[in-house]
Design a protein around this ligand. Structure first.
Ligand code: SF4
Length: 86
């Protein structure tokens, strides 16, 4: 396999940017609720789902597409239900 070059890395980033981020990123109830509470987790979800290759697999987007509404704010992009104490 060819070693990545600066040019190929730049091309990959450009391709990622062209795919675009989720249009709901700023209003997504899950992200709004948990972005600060679970910062590292949300950054990871955002990279993989909201801005990444698995965006079309986001459980929230899939439910919106199927039923016309988003699931509970506690359902993560991977489909896990987040529960917090207190
Ligand atoms: S969690 Fe899903 S619906 Fe929410 S912004 Fe990310 S990709 Fe979009």
């Amino acid at each position: 396999m060819a070693k990545p070059t600066r040019r190929s890395i730049g091309t990959a980033k450009l391709q990622q940017k062209e795919k675009g981020e989720c249009p709901y990123l700023n209003t997504c109830a899950f992200m709004v609720k948990y972005r600060e509470l679970m910062e590292i987790y949300c950054m990871s979800m955002e990279r993989v789902y909201c801005k990444g290759a698995k965006q079309q697999q986001c459980a929230r987007l899939r439910e919106k597409s199927r039923f016309g509404r988003f699931p509970s704010e506690d359902i993560s992009p991977s489909g896990d239900k987040i529960t917090t104490k207190g």
